[in-house]
Design a protein around this ligand. Sequence first.
Ligand SMILES: [Fe+2]
Ligand SMILES: [Fe+2]
Length: 469
Amino acid sequence: MSSVELSDLIPNNVGLSADRRLQRALERWQPRFIDWWKSRGPAEHQDHDVYLRTATSVGQDGWAHFDYVKMPDYRWGIFLAEPQPDRTIGFGDRRGQPVWQEVPGELRSDLRRLIVVQGDTEPASVEQQRHLCRTAPSMYDLRNLFQINVEEARHLWAMVYLLHAYFGRDGRDEADMLLERRSGSADNPRILGAFNEPTPDWLSFFFFTYFTDRDGKFQLASLAESGFDPLARTCQFMLREEAHHMFVGAGGIGRVVQRTVDLMRRHDTADVAPHGGINVDTLQRYLNLHYSVSLDLFGAETSTNAANYFAAGMKGRFGESERHDDHRLQGSVTEVPALEGEAVISREVPALTALNATLRADYVTDCQKGLERWNRTLESVSARLELPHLGFNRAVGVFGGASITPEGRLTSQEQWEAGRSSWLPNENDREHVRSLMTPVNAPGHMAAWIAPPAAGIHQKPVEFEYVRL
Ligand SMILES: [Fe+2]
Ligand SMILES: [Fe+2]
């Protein structure tokens, strides 16, 4: 592909047509990306027209352009949010200094690592969701899956742009490796645990987009504060797209809950499985799983890496500028959870080292909001969904490997194993959910386990032909 075609093909606001070096790097990488997309992206419907949102510019009217497109022809663009003139670093030891337009030499490997870890999650989720297109509960949902898939792939582009444009040779190598690791592979897995878990069914998908994409929101929001301005602006733009992913999760679970409640009332029973619905206790077990593996993504409660990233101005806190403190945290303390004998306690640590726990606490508050909405629906049948205790089913940090119940009680490992099937999706749950996964393709029709959405996409009706099969 010639460079003229390339800058035509890739909508961007990074001056690609004038940047020969970046063109060369992308010319090499783009065909590999397309190979990856065709072999690891959606397993079907690659030749069908899908009603998708494409970002063609960063402006109000350009970032959400809707039209039919075949996914391999999607125009994966490179966009940075508009620059803020005279922007300064908002936190850490270098607070008040001008932001960096180039990578400071001493921060090069840390910044590259942050970008690679973020970048690795993007193709990973596409790989995890590869087979879901065979069992979509409606055409509306199928379209939303594909929208998420192309946007996660665009997020990969966003991180690859940074690697190519700012990190030279090792950046190009890292960009290649982002296409080589595979979700769930024994030999060459994705970097973070939750991105190696399968997403085998649509219930898992909705919980994944609710809990795991929300982790993405918090990571992106703290990188959007970065003193490395191109990274900050890239992440700001990505956050716009991320909102839709979480909407798919929150809306999807909300619709499942609605259907469950309708069936419970109609048949006057809590066991709606024989009537083609999903029981509240099954929903709770899926929730417990996806919430706990997503908490692991925040890393250990205390971390000198996190302290260094903050002090050096690389990664801020969620909503950094709205916080009422000195934004340096030298000498500040905060509480983090800890285990002492049989008890979960809290202990005081330097706030700088506890930034992972701080970000996680903000995340938990955000997760709670969806539950409140679902619980309003569940009220009429006197049922509830709850977030399990922070320490439940954890592999990372102070609770890693500890046997803690969803209520937060420390037990023996044997007792925990005995409780496992009532706390985490068990074979019956999986089997039942699997049995519900038959595709519904006619426009406007819904699988029996999920209620229709309140509205369609982009002011189109729910029964719009979102995918031309
Ligand atoms: Fe993403
Ligand atoms: Fe996402």
